[in-house]
Write a protein that binds this ligand. Structure first.
Ligand SMILES: C[S@@+](CC[C@H](N)C(=O)[O-])C[C@H]1O[C@@H](n2cnc3c(N)ncnc32)[C@H](O)[C@@H]1O
Length: 205
């Protein structure tokens, strides 16, 4: 299995989970690796992906989440339900404005965590190329040592079309108070916390 830029950030995302969270929704869950990590931390997890083959693979791997074949842009999400909503490398598959539906599905005090992909190259991305090469070699060597060679089912991928400045501007407009942090490996982390008093505001925008 090659170095996975999304899995690399699982630990960072787990550190951002709200304390005492119980309910989680993972959007574009793929084969469910992150959804299973949430379930292992005691979350009751709903995990959605529109690709039937990846949902079949996620269900076969088990681990606790309720995996469902669903497109989040067409889904009626329950309002105010989730303590955490995660989107790992999936937001660029849908209109960025989908974040307003996710915001409405957050429980008061709940957190939206987006590990996103952006378009274009920044000076920071120049540092990613050597780090990427080192990480790939390390993962390849580790797998050779363990004798692993079965490639896992790969979820659908798509090239992002929003630059980081545009993502920051849209996040500021649609998710006031959110933060967008640039990460290595062409990724960003968007964090947003729904105010405990903000029940109806989430319907605007
Ligand atoms: C690059 S994969 C990432 C999968 C997984 N989150 C991970 O980190 O390995 C993007 C996923 O988003 C899913 N996706 C695309 N459009 C979607 C939509 N409208 N609603 C929910 N998921 C979607 C794809 O089917 C795909 O599995």
């Amino acid at each position: 299995m090659p170095f996975d830029h999304n899995d690399h950030y699982h630990r960072l995302l787990l550190r951002k989970l709200p304390p005492h969270g119980r309910t989680a929704l993972d959007i574009g869950c793929g084969t469910g690796r992150f959804a299973r990590l949430l379930a292992a931390r005691g979350y009751e997890v709903d995990a959605l992906d529109p690709a039937p083959d990846v949902i079949a693979a996620a269900r076969a791997a088990g681990g606790g989440p309720r995996f469902r074949t669903a497109d989040v842009t067409e889904e009626d999400l329950p309002e105010g339900r989730y303590d955490v909503i995660t989107c790992l490398a999936s937001l660029h598959h849908m209109p960025f404005g989908t974040v307003t539906r996710l915001r409405a599905a957050l429980a008061p005090g709940g957190a939206l965590l987006v590990l996103g992909c952006y378009a274009g190259t920044t000076w920071w991305d120049l540092a990613a190329a050597p780090a990427n090469a080192v990480a790939r070699v390390a993962v390849y060597a580790g797998e050779r040592l363990r004798g692993a060679h079965e490639p896992p089912l790969a979820p659908p991928v798509r090239q992002p079309d929003m630059t980081l400045p545009r993502i920051r501007a849209e996040a500021a407009r649609l998710l006031p108070g959110s933060g967008v942090r640039q990460l290595l490996f062409w990724r960003y982390l968007l964090t947003y916390q729904r105010d405990g008093s903000q029940r109806d505001d989430a319907q605007r925008g």
